[in-house]
Design a protein around this ligand. Structure first.
Ligand SMILES: Nc1ncnc2c1ncn2[C@@H]1O[C@H](COP(=O)(O)OP(=O)(O)O)[C@@H](O)[C@H]1O
Ligand SMILES: [Mg+2]
Length: 250
């Protein structure tokens, strides 16, 4: 039996001036699964994420999170419901340590008034932070300035920061981009573990075909702002429309 949808996008469209970045996009992310999103550069993947999480409003269409229509909500409200995203370019504070970045990612800080900031955070926050830094393999480096970490390590830190919020659904924008190939397998394993162990549903934009084939339960493919194909990894890999879109783009 198919899992129920945690996220549904219905006929979503978004233009920037004359550029149609997304046109009538519909998709479903089933609860508990890992869904991939592929497509050539400029095909509208990041725009789709931005509209889903409320970074910018969509022109037409609806977005449902756990059955609730959320397209008029903005990022903080959507984050509180349990949907978060990471960025193609990481957004960590380079002048803060890993531990400090983890602390400011705690939902207790987001929701805080100044009294929580100054009275200190409950010990559970640091315990959870330590566990997650261990989980992504950064525990030994937790007191280094985050700006001194390698780009791959910064992406792992950003992933751990997102996990601090215990999201139900995490959208990852090209998590392996710019990461040393030898570290990619470790990252894939951790994404799979976060899905299996913490029960987090993942929706992942991924440029690397090998990675997405290995990671995703099902895959959507965008081209020129339109949904080109949806299927199991094997089906997508052998879909002539998908192959042509990638060849046409190179
Ligand atoms: N904020 C923006 N302002 C203007 N154009 C944008 C903006 N964001 C994206 N676009 C345009 O929308 C199209 C899709 O971009 P994007 O969603 O970033 O694609 P992808 O993530 O698949 O590479 C591109 O033509 C891009 O230039
Ligand atoms: Mg992008």
């Amino acid at each position: 039996m198919k899992n129920k949808a945690i996220l549904e996008v219905c006929n979503s469209s978004k233009s920037f001036g004359g550029v149609i970045a997304n046109h009538n996009i519909s998709l479903t992310v089933p609860e508990g699964e890992i869904v991939g999103l592929i497509g050539p550069n400029g095909s509208g993947k990041t725009t789709l994420f931005n509209t889903i999480v409320g970074t910018h409003p969509l022109d037409n269409g609806e977005v449902y999170f756990e059955g609730q229509e959320i397209s008029s909500l903005r990022v903080p409200e959507i984050a509180r419901l349990g949907m978060l995203r990471t960025f193609q370019q990481t957004r960590i504070y380079g002048g803060m340590t890993g531990v400090q970045n983890m602390r400011i990612s705690s939902p207790l800080i987001h929701d805080s008034n100044f009294s929580t900031m100054f009275s200190g955070l409950p010990p559970e926050v640091d315990e959870r932070s330590d566990e997650l830094l261990e989980f992504v393999g950064l525990y030994e480096k937790r007191n280094l300035m985050s700006g001194d970490l390698s780009f791959g390590q910064q992406k792992l830190l950003e992933f751990a920061m997102a996990l601090m919020n215990e999201p139900k659904l995490l959208l990852l924008d090209e998590p392996t981009a710019g990461i040393n190939p030898t570290l990619i397998n470790g990252l894939i394993d951790r994404l799979k573990l976060a899905n299996e162990k913490f029960g987090i549903t993942l929706f992942v934009i991924e440029h690397n075909m090998r990675v997405v084939m290995n990671l995703a339960d099902s895959i959507y493919c965008l081209a020129h702002g339109e949904m080109l194909a949806h299927g199991l990894p094997d089906e997508i890999q052998n879909d002539q429309k998908v192959i042509d879109a990638y060849l046409g783009a190179s």
